[in-house]
Design a protein around this ligand. Structure first.
Ligand SMILES: C[S@@+](CC[C@H](N)C(=O)[O-])C[C@H]1O[C@@H](n2cnc3c(N)ncnc32)[C@H](O)[C@@H]1O
Length: 257
């Protein structure tokens, strides 16, 4: 990963790129005015975080990602008018105002945004992301977005879920949530394929689930397109909410004082 700015943009974009490169200790590519990035992929970096007039975007030879409320916004609008049953994550997590949630696989944060909206401003979502390009994109891009009203802040951490959870005190969060990539066999949306090109190939393993079970006071919850992973990882499969559901849920229910 390298950081740069939109060629020909105003000077403050260059300042923003310098700050981000410094904060995350990634190389800065000092971009000549109006020059393209195409010749530099695989030479200077495989991916560039570009500061531009709308915030930041992540660009590789084959993909481009921007932080966007997108899918989360549709879910949040539905949740605002219908019961929580319409959203499987909200239904299973039963989040309460003020809770602290660790999202161990942040990705582009659609699930994190939905959870943040249920926790209220006193709650917290820690979004853990193992891929450096995605962690930087989310951390630097989220502040450009107008949050859903009365949402908890989302704090981005660049780490593996196992590494982060191992460093947390016992019973220090209410819920730990995982949405790993696994090998998604079904045709995924174009947006998901773009995410996949930047995503970490690390997976959630039984050690990560054990650490999550130690750190969570109330619940460890996982989403997967393959229900066979749950028993292998030590989670109890949950009954699907709909008969034609293609997403499955597993959990470890915990009651720590
Ligand atoms: C399916 S995506 C998550 C999508 C997310 N729930 C959303 O709503 O946008 C999985 C993400 O977890 C990250 N990841 C995979 N294994 C991880 C691990 N062991 N620790 C932390 N992040 C991981 C990947 O880089 C990817 O961004």
């Amino acid at each position: 990963l390298a950081v740069t700015w939109s060629g020909g943009g105003p000077a403050h974009l260059e300042d923003a790129a310098r700050r981000i490169a410094n904060t995350w200790k990634v190389p800065l590519y000092e971009r000549p005015r109006k020059s393209g990035l195409t010749p530099h992929f695989g030479v200077i970096a495989h991916a560039f975080l570009v500061c531009d007039g709308r915030g930041v975007r992540l660009v590789s030879r084959s993909a481009e990602l921007r932080v966007s409320p997108g899918l989360a916004l549709l879910r949040l609008k539905r949740l605002a008018v219908e019961a929580s049953m319409v959203d499987a994550l909200v239904h299973h997590a039963k989040l309460r105002q003020g809770e602290r949630v660790i999202d161990g696989t942040l990705g582009l944060g659609a699930d994190a945004r939905v959870m943040a909206s249920r926790l209220g401003a006193r709650g917290t979502v820690i979004g853990v992301e193992a891929s450096l390009p995605l962690a930087v994109l989310m951390s630097e891009g989220l502040p450009f977005e107008r949050p859903w009203p009365d949402s908890a802040p989302i704090e981005v951490v660049h780490s593996t879920a196992l590494g982060y959870l191992s460093r947390q005190p016992t019973a220090s969060a209410d819920v730990v949530f995982f949405d790993p990539m696994f090998e998604r066999r079904k045709a995924a949306s174009p947006a998901f394929e773009q995410l996949r090109s930047f995503a970490s190939v690390l997976e959630i393993d039984p050690d990560a689930v054990r650490q999550a079970t130690r750190v969570a006071r109330r619940l460890v919850l996982m989403k997967s397109d393959d229900p066979r992973v749950f028993p292998q990882l030590g989670l109890k499969p949950l009954p699907p909410l709909a008969r034609n559901s293609t997403v499955y849920w597993g959990q470890v229910g915990i009651e720590k004082p």
